[in-house]
Write a protein that binds this ligand. Structure first.
Ligand code: CTP
Ligand code: MG
Length: 224
């Protein structure tokens, strides 16, 4: 089942604090973004990788592009949502399209294929894991209530959509100047159902420096 993927990689990695885009940082001997790109480059069902970059990182990406056959490079915007929207314009307007953060190198091919399947059936499907911790609602450092955890899921990427669904959602958000934190929130806004595909806890987003320790541990575990 073929699909295209948009990979937003145009952030600046402020919370990682490296002073440059975190995706170019080294993880087990290679830049983080190459770990992510390899998953899709080697997936025979992936027909196109739309890689969204910042112009400051162009020298790096021009250098690595020749090693990949599926990559189209486009420029990002100053919010993740705008980067994805730019990516969408470079996609073929048909079939299933995924959006996957460049900062999540541990996505499993098996999860990708379940997402593609679910998006084909329902139009929109997102990777997520059940919340493990007890979550409380707090105002001014005072607990208001303990939220029922059984219905809470922690959302990840990939998020998979029928192309027409993601396009309508983005166009509507643009019109209303709505800025969501993920693609699914835009799709929810247009009243479309979004399904969950249970992913795993390895699929972390590398956000702060300690995530690099977790990442090294995951790689070690997988190499065993
Ligand atoms: N991203 C993007 N365009 C932006 C902002 C983010 O393409 N304007 C990408 C990032 O490169 C990353 C993904 O979206 O792969 C998820 O964003 P995040 O983890 O927040 O990365 P950064 O925005 O780079 O980090 P920070 O928020 O700490 O600055
Ligand atoms: Mg960010």
């Amino acid at each position: 089942m073929n699909y295209q993927v948009i990979i937003p990689a145009a952030g600046s990695g402020k919370r990682m604090g490296a002073g440059y885009n975190k995706l170019l940082m080294n993880l087990a001997g290679r830049p983080i973004i190459l770990h992510t790109l390899d998953v899709f480059e080697t997936d025979p069902n992936c027909s196109r990788i739309i890689l969204v970059i910042h112009s400051a990182d162009e020298p790096f990406f021009t250098e690595i592009k020749s090693r990949y056959t599926k990559i189209y490079i486009v420029y990002g915007g100053n919010e993740r949502q705008y980067s994805v929207f730019n990516g969408l314009k470079a996609a073929e307007a048909e079939g299933i399209i995924l959006v996957h953060d460049g900062a999540r190198p541990f996505i499993r091919p098996e999860t990708i294929s379940r997402l593609v399947q679910s998006a084909r059936e329902c139009g929109a499907a997102i990777a997520a894991v059940p919340v493990k911790d007890t979550i409380k609602k707090v105002i001014d450092l005072e607990v208001i209530e303990t939220v029922d955890r059984s219905s809470l899921w922690q959302v990840q990427t990939p998020q998979a959509f029928r192309f027409s669904v993601l396009e309508s959602a983005h166009e509507q958000a643009q019109k209303e100047q709505y800025l969501g934190t993920d693609e699914a929130s835009l799709v929810e806004k247009i009243g479309h159902t979004v399904k969950i595909v249970e992913s795993d806890y390895d699929n972390i987003k590398l956000t702060t420096p300690e995530d690099l320790y977790f990442a090294e541990a995951i790689i070690k575990k997988r190499n065993r």
